[in-house]
Design a protein. Structure first.
Ligand SMILES: [Zn+2]
Ligand SMILES: [Zn+2]
Length: 83
């Protein structure tokens, strides 16, 4: 399985999952999670969200580990829920 980016190119996933697995192409499911936390709201329209990385090594162990890029920073008092 190849991880396809928006442009159809393979993406480099530059970090480890919290459980120490390498998140490399074929070992991760890349997704998108709309968000309005501070790191996201500073980005352009249509880019407000996190790229999500679901670790397949963790999934093999029946653990769901999802990483967010940029890191999710909940803002105080912001209880906005995306529909
Ligand atoms: Zn993992
Ligand atoms: Zn966020």
């Amino acid at each position: 399985m190849l991880v396809k980016g928006a442009g159809g190119t393979r993406e480099h996933v530059p970090f480890l999952c919290p459980r120490g697995h390498r998140l490399e192409a074929g070992r991760v499911i890349v997704g998108w999670s709309p968000c309005v936390c501070p790191p996201c709201s500073g980005r352009g329209r249509g880019l407000r969200g996190h790229r999500t990385y679901l670790c397949l090594a963790c999934r093999d162990e029946h653990v769901t580990t999802k990483c967010y890029l940029p890191h999710h920073v909940p803002s105080l008092g912001a209880d906005f829920r995306w529909p």
